[in-house]
Design a protein around this ligand. Structure first.
Ligand SMILES: [Zn+2]
Length: 280
């Protein structure tokens, strides 16, 4: 290995934030806080362990993902309900907000929409912060557990990874076999999952989620949403996933409507203003 003579100087260059977010449109949290004080429950969907379900949330309504019965991680997909090609863009959300998201952060959509699909309005695990290992909760790092990676690393056929759970749920929603629905499944928000990168080797790690029954993550729907949530076979993701070994619990999705007029003259965000000519 040839180490250049100025290696220390090159390493000592201070980092700059990739996307300074001072110009990012901010959610009006005061308005959303006032609206969330007026909520009426409109429905609920129980997600069985090692399985997934879809749910719908109209623009301007709220939804909560609740821990019930025991510590459990959830893998969340979101789509614009009117156009399933516009869906959650985990990588861009990570670039804008960092590796983990919490209250005030948004779930951004794929190109060319590139607008907030949802804004996080309450996070009962916000106290956790970043622990001594560099771990935090609700990551946009991991993609979702899937049977392809499991087959690559361990062999065999396991059918209750989040990817398969979400594929079955979307298949049920669309009335097609899971194999024809799986292209809609995309990189997730890992709700309640505690993850980070090891400082010495840069590897993706997980550890037991700090979530307990009664905890919840709450979202404001910026557009008409279709959601799908999988209760990961990893349970609290303290040991392994892609198997039936971990204790698993259900997750409860609840939807809420604000009182009429509570959102003032709020309107759903418009798609990106880029003209899409790409220089031609
Ligand atoms: Zn999973």
């Amino acid at each position: 290995m040839n180490i250049p003579s100025d290696a220390a100087a090159r390493r000592a260059v201070p980092p700059v934030i990739c996307y300074p977010v001072e110009t990012l449109p901010r959610p009006d949290m005061a308005l959303l806080d006032a609206a969330r004080a007026s909520l009426t429950k409109t429905g609920e969907t129980l997600i069985p362990p090692r399985d997934a379900r879809t749910f719908s949330v109209p623009a301007g309504h709220f939804f909560r993902i609740n821990s019930v019965e025991g510590p459990q991680v959830g893998d969340l997909n979101l789509w614009n309900a009117r156009d399933l090609t516009e869906r959650f863009y985990s990588g861009k959300t990570r670039a804008l907000h960092g590796t983990h998201i919490t209250r005030g952060d948004r779930m951004w959509s794929s190109f060319p929409g590139m607008r907030p699909l949802a804004t996080i309005t309450h996070d009962s695990l916000a106290w956790y912060g970043i622990d001594g290992f560099g771990g935090s909760v609700h990551d946009v790092i991991g993609t979702r557990c899937d049977p392809y990676t499991h087959n690559l690393l361990a062999g065999g056929q396991y059918h209750h990874c989040c990817h398969s759970n979400l594929s079955r749920a979307m298949g049920d929603y669309l009335g097609v076999p899971p194999r024809d629905a799986e292209s809609h499944v995309h990189d997730v928000l890992n709700v309640f999952m505690c993850t980070g990168f090891t400082r010495d080797t840069g590897e993706y790690f997980m550890k037991a989620s700090p979530v307990r029954p009664g905890d919840m993550l709450e979202f404001f729907a910026e557009v008409d949403l279709l959601g799908a949530l999988s209760a990961c076979p990893g349970g609290d993701c303290s040991a392994e996933h892609s198997s039936d070994a971990a204790p698993c619990y259900p997750l409860l999705v609840e939807t809420f409507a604000p009182a009429p007029g509570a959102l003032g003259n709020w309107k759903p965000p418009q798609p990106s203003g880029y003209d899409r000519t790409h220089g031609r």
